[in-house]
Design a protein around this ligand. Sequence first.
Ligand code: PNW
Length: 493
Amino acid sequence: MPSKRFSRRQFSSIAGWSALGMPVLSAGSSLADLGKETGLPNRRAFSGFPTGFLWGTATSAYQIEGAINEDGRGPSIWDRFAHTRGTISDHSNADTATDHYYRYREDVQLMKALGAKAYRFSIAWPRVFPEGVGTPNPKGLDFYNRLLDELSANGIEPFATLYHWDLPQALQDRFGGWTSRDTSKAFADYAAHVAKHLSDRVKHFFTINECSRHVPLGHGNGADAPGLKLSHSGLHQVRHNLALGHGLAVQAIRAHGRAGTRVGPAENAVSCIPAIETPENIRAAEIAMRELNAGYLTVMLEGKYTDAFLTQAGNDAPKYPAEDLRIISSPIDFIGLNVYTPDHYVVAADNERGFTLAPFPASFPHMNATWLRPGPEAMYWVPRHVAKLWNVKSIYITENGTSGSDQPAADGTVYDVDRIMYLRNYLTQLQRATSEGVPVLGYFLWSLMDNFEWSDGYEQRFGLYRVDFDTKRRTPKLSASFYRETIARNAVA
Ligand code: PNW
């Protein structure tokens, strides 16, 4: 499909908005106008997001780019993993994925059609350093240069993630990947190179996406690349080396990026929600949040492992020189939080830890992906806990969204009202947070379009745009209209 702009009218009809007979509001119109247009009394006061709140969408390189052998890209651990029998549920791989490498211009128009002003994407390390270290491949960065120019021409601000799990296979073969601190050092060199070349246009970098998934799934149960099943001590060391890689990359970006370049992690923090919002449960949830993230956000922000964490790790605790903790806790400019689901509902308890984690009843609902239990209040509590526990002044929601079955109806439209229900509830909770002063500056919806969902292959669709994986054609789902209206009103539509 050629690169194409969507007019408001086309967009509305594509997404079935006018078919529903709903009023189409012009950008900047408010709920008061909605009252006028529908004749309904508008009882709700306008409840918007702060001025300047940044609305965006998110993707990652391996999940969308394809073109795995183009322009000198080296293999990544995900290429190797996806081509290993029995790893991906639908036996697929991301060799072509959504073909974004060749369709990025069209994809920037998809963002523009939403009215999004920011885009979080990731840079493929094996495009930039095909061997992980050594001689950079200039054609690798050329692709991101073209993407950045296209974003800039369309008024969309880039937020770049340096590592979204696609480690160069050469580093896995040579050093054992993240089992070795040589990989942490290689990551810093790669970060320095990217900062040097892209920080004229990229003002915000995320270091590593979701250490908290990459460690246990990639290195514990082997469900993600590189498919390792390490012992407890091996896992602790991988986790420590990733945290070290984060800290070294923060320092590299400071040293090699232009003045004013901002950097932080993008973490899927273990989310701890007070089961009932009493002061006791809230306090217990804060304690749980700090302890259950001890190997991730807590060590990055406090520069030490908590006593409980070390006691529990015992002889399996990571081994490292003392100065690592200083590196890991290098000052950052913001925290990126991926928020999908409540990991734990917490009840205050008179025990040593001060909390009990409520077991999930079998009847707790889930979205299309069974791991994705809807709990919109996570979108309030996670940033609130992070702001309060560590006095964090700037937070971005770096991912939030859901998969759905997303089958087109007879008229061709995907009426993904389950996704809209999910988003509306999460965004209402986010608005609760910002209205109370929790410093969330922006929100990146996962995902712009359907893509390669790791070991679920193409069976879990998270996009606002449906992708036909045979033709690569993109079509807006109804949720694209929902998000567009939310952005236009700067309030939950
Ligand atoms: C994130 N969980 O993964 C990743 O950053 C994305 O690449 C991915 O496509 C997206 O979320 C949707 O899955 C997660 O079990 C996977 O809580 C699983 C969980 C969280 C995040």
